[in-house]
Write a protein that binds this ligand. Sequence first.
Ligand code: SAH
Ligand code: SF4
Length: 367
Amino acid sequence: MPQNLLDFDLEGLTAWFTELGEKPFRAKQVFHWIHQSGVADFAQMTDIAKSLREKLQLHAVVQAPAISYAHTSNDGTRKWLFDVGVANGIETVFIPEDDRGTLCVSSQVGCALECTFCSTGRQGFNRNLSVAEIIGQLWVAIHSLRGEVNRTSGEIAERPVSNVVMMGMGEPLANFENVVTALGVMLDDHAYGLSRRRVTVSTSGIVPAMDRLAERCPVALAVSLHAPNDALRDQIVPINRKYPLCELMAACRRYLVHAPRDFITFEYVMLAGVNDQPEHARQLIELTRDVPCKFNLIPFNPFPDSGYEKPRHDTLRAFREILQDAGYVVTTRKTRGDDIDAACGQLAGKVADKSGRVMKRMNQEAA
Ligand code: SAH
Ligand code: SF4
């Protein structure tokens, strides 16, 4: 089997080159070609000696996951579904805004943590993504978006992806080593050179892994809180039974010592009648008293048979105002790309539909 060079950070690539009897600076050149120029074909790496190019052709490939579907929504949001060799693919979403471009990246096929409102959780766990499959999502997105006109700013995108959020399918901290290696490549100036402050890991709260992330690769952290007390969180975010809120809040405080930003973002999916009442907002204020934080309220994104509903506008507004009046910065996630289901786990959920009808429809749309 040829070695997939997307599986390596620069250190790994250098070690592999050394095994081949090649100098470290050659690894750096090839790393630039792959990540900065988006070149997968060794023959095009013109400043590399022909003998090395031939050796690479024999022993290596640069292989991102295959795109099974790509679509751009009316508001410029783009979505890719990648074939990773199992029934349900993984998805990646690009959200362009005036001052930035955010890529939402997946870390696993499915997820074992079974949050009750999450369609990825409903699919169960299939497997971890490899480093190549994680970084490959960024590689495909950047190199297919580069040079396009940004629909919101009208400018030609030189660096179309300025921010990455690990908020696609899966729990990034449950695929720790591969995610940390991929994060390293995102941050590396020899590859994408993204700022630590602009790369965010979102976790449902795997406490020991939060500490390890702080040590190994402190990037911005978002924590999926979704409930202000253990009784409710135990039900909707089952990992809470293992790492309850007091431990989670302590882990957030420890993380902030290393974090590139001086706050944690708490994500809070608003589920009508479940966690969206004024008393919940007041409990949240009490809970997070000692943790510098911002809130990101996410209206529930419905999927078939979920059993949950979106909150009403006025309920959401009242909830937000209680937090704002207490001095919190609160954002409400806009729903973008609605027409292409560009939200957590939605598209892949549909593709898993055994009849294959939805996939057929999407292929027709894409044609
Ligand atoms: N596993 C990680 C990251 C992926 S999910 C985590 O849980 O944080 C990214 C965010 O989308 C999480 O906050 C998650 O709770 C939220 N989410 C999942 N399903 C959702 C849905 N149906 N509607 C709105 N948000 C959802
Ligand atoms: Fe997994 Fe995150 Fe979905 Fe929970 S919300 S099931 S942790 S992907």
